[in-house]
Write a protein that binds this ligand. Sequence first.
Ligand code: FE2
Ligand code: FE2
Length: 218
Amino acid sequence: MEKIIQQLEKTVAKIFHSESSGHDINHLKRVLNLALTIQKKEGGDKIVIGVSAFLHDIHRVMQKELGKFVSPKDSLPKIKEILETIEITEEQKEKILHCVEFHEEYGFSTEGKTVNDIETLVVQDADNLDAIGALGVARTFAYSGAHQIPMWIPEIPFDRKFYTEEKHDPSTIHHFYSKLFRLKENMNTATAKKMAENRHAYMENFLEEFFAEWNGEK
Ligand SMILES: [Fe+2]
Ligand SMILES: [Fe+2]
């Protein structure tokens, strides 16, 4: 596993060298580590999970380069090319493409979840864990800064019933309610559900403090 990641690292570092808005190579490394922690308890093909985690967000770089929405599915030709450089089975390659394609499914989006293979479920959980907690707070503000999204607009109600990555929330604080606070319940595996608890509570505390300070209460 380590050898394969080492082999991939150069290519991935090259692709992500200009990315600094929260989907950088360190996000990939954290998701890889989280995915392996979950895999240890929940099972699934370690190589498929590890490689998928490390390659899952190439669509984000393509999106930045093209200046328009790029879905994970659109990144599959590029992933296929990268997979040709490592020695794994054809079956594993197919599974990795599947994991990447479906890593951004949410129970609270209009389509809901459609997959149930353990590898994709673990990668989804790992990616979603890195979106919450202290890191979630940091990444959300970094992303908003890079995309000119305001910090908070109190006048706009929280009315986003269904979430989609295609449309930005009106403010960073809105994003906590449309996506981040929904992720704990959205975790697939028991291991990730447990890991999400602390991170979720941390964000609740953060927002409590944020609003108190915003309103001049302390
Ligand atoms: Fe993604
Ligand atoms: Fe991600």
